[in-house]
Design a protein around this ligand. Sequence first.
Ligand SMILES: [Fe+2]
Ligand SMILES: [Fe+2]
Length: 164
Amino acid sequence: MKDPIFQSLNDQANHELFAAHSYLAMALWCKDRDFNGYADFFWQQSAEEKEHADKFQKHLLDRSKLPLPGPLEAPRTEFTTLIDVARHALVLEETNSCKIQACYALSVAEQDYASLPLLLWFINEQVEEEDWAHTMITLTARAECAGAIYNLDRHIVKELTSGD
Ligand SMILES: [Fe+2]
Ligand SMILES: [Fe+2]
């Protein structure tokens, strides 16, 4: 594996860890305000992002490269409202999609064909990730009164993971 490919995949593994860290901060913010459903959803996302980092690191190991976890950027920890949190989730996912597409473009340019199936899996995964983030924004924006927000919070995990 050429150095630029190692850099790109190792950086992406670290970026997935940053995403895990970011969702953890969002889960804690929600839990602190007793939005227990949103907190559970973000804890699930945090665990998923850790699995994504594992996938990149496993790929590096399979190709005899030692993954190098780096220092993590501090996640955003302050939000004003639930819609602010939901919008931040979309920004995180859109940023991640761009980074994965840049990895893919580099692998094509460097003819690193072994990494393409992995990166295609992630490109597809990001379509789903952006989809739930858009849905979360729509549903959260629509729940205008306290009763509606309470009800949405109770059902948010089911709403966003039902797979349609
Ligand atoms: Fe991810
Ligand atoms: Fe994600």
